[in-house]
Design a protein around this ligand. Structure first.
Ligand code: GDP
Ligand code: CA
Length: 309
């Protein structure tokens, strides 16, 4: 078994690569739900949906979220009504959120619902929400000191605004979703995908049961750095690391993950920092990590599986 801690796009690419080199049924992804939002009464799981759509091969490559070939008639009608339209929801994508919301109202859990959606979309990788309890990523803005939801920060403000704090509301009471702790305990290798450390991986660690289970597996935990040559490939990972007092570099990522990992995989662009990582007591592996095509993703996947002890 292989266990992967996952945010959105970076994780989806890595999971696609892993499923080309290992049986998908043997891969379990534990997916961030801190970004989840309720819009128009619909329960939306952006990271679960990004991973599901990507593994199903129906993700929208241009936008980086949602479905390919999407249309926007519902949003256009909503705009005419004067409804909230800052969070775009495509016509086909809406069906996912309608289905999930309806099943939640019938009393089904998020794990079960996720399995129903992935199965209907032909995805055999096992996707688990990190928790079925409410954990909400909250962002405090530097200038106004206002605390806003993650989606307001990310979508409404286009993450183009300075942040002074991030917290995970509800995490102290949250339990891991069913299956999560077993997936971590039974895995031969636990992989932290190249996702945003502050707002995709930290929410997963904010559930103490999960954090402890990962620490117990530390010698088998490997992270792939989402920071390459001091920058994120996309999104605010570099900016958030800096703003919250970490270094936006592979060394900053290594320090951030130090309690949980024994190995960090860094990109060839950062080859000269391998010694710095090793000086922290973390093994460092240098390889191509920018998954611009499926071959690179598969090759990174097989390198990671080669680390199984
Ligand atoms: P989300 O889609 O917004 O939830 O974002 P993620 O949690 O996936 O985080 C995006 C991060 O993944 C950014 O910091 C990117 O630099 C990183 N990322 C995306 N694709 C890749 C990739 O192919 N290789 C590596 N090393 N990092 C990636
Ligand atoms: Ca996300």
């Amino acid at each position: 078994m292989i266990c992967v801690l996952a945010g959105g796009v970076g994780a989806a690419r890595l999971l696609n690569g892993l499923k080309d080199v290992a049986p998908p049924e043997e891969i379990t992804a534990i997916v961030n739900t801190g970004d989840d939002a309720i819009m128009h009464g619909l329960y939306i799981c952006p990271d679960i949906d990004t991973v599901t759509y990507t593994l199903a091969g129906v993700n929208n490559i241009e936008t980086g979220w949602g479905l390919k070939g999407e249309t926007w008639q519902a949003m256009e009608s909503l705009k005419k009504l004067g409804g909230k339209t800052w969070f775009n929801l495509g016509d086909r994508d809406l069906a996912t959120h309608m289905y999930r919301t309806d099943r939640l109202s019938e009393g089904a859990g998020l794990k079960e619902i996720t399995a129903e959606i992935t199965s209907a979309m032909g995805v055999s990788v096992n996707l688990l929400p990190m928790t079925e309890d409410q954990v909400e990523t909250k962002v405090t803005l530097l200038e106004s000191n206002d605390e806003i939801s993650f989606q307001e920060y990310f979508v409404k403000h286009r993450h183009d605004i300075s942040v002074s704090a991030v917290r995970f509301n509800g995490s102290a009471e949250a339990k891991a979703a069913p299956g999560v702790i077993d997936a971590i305990s039974e895995a031969e290798v636990v992989i932290i995908a190249p996702s945003n450390p502050i707002v995709s991986i930290a929410p997963i660690f904010s559930v103490s049961e999960i954090s402890d289970a990962i620490k117990a597996r530390k010698k088998d935990v490997v992270a792939v750095s989402p920071i390459i040559a001091g920058a994120a490939l996309k999104g605010p990972a570099d900016r958030l690391l800096n703003e919250l007092g970490h270094e936006a570099s592979v060394k900053g990522v290594a320090k951030y993950y130090q309690e949980w990992i024994s190995t960090l995989v860094i990109d060839t662009a950062d080859f000269n920092t391998a010694k710095d990582i090793e000086s922290l007591g973390i093994d460092c592996l240098v390889t191509e990590t920018v998954m611009t095509d499926s071959q690179i993703a598969a090759s990174l996947g097989s390198t990671l599986l080669g680390l199984k002890k």
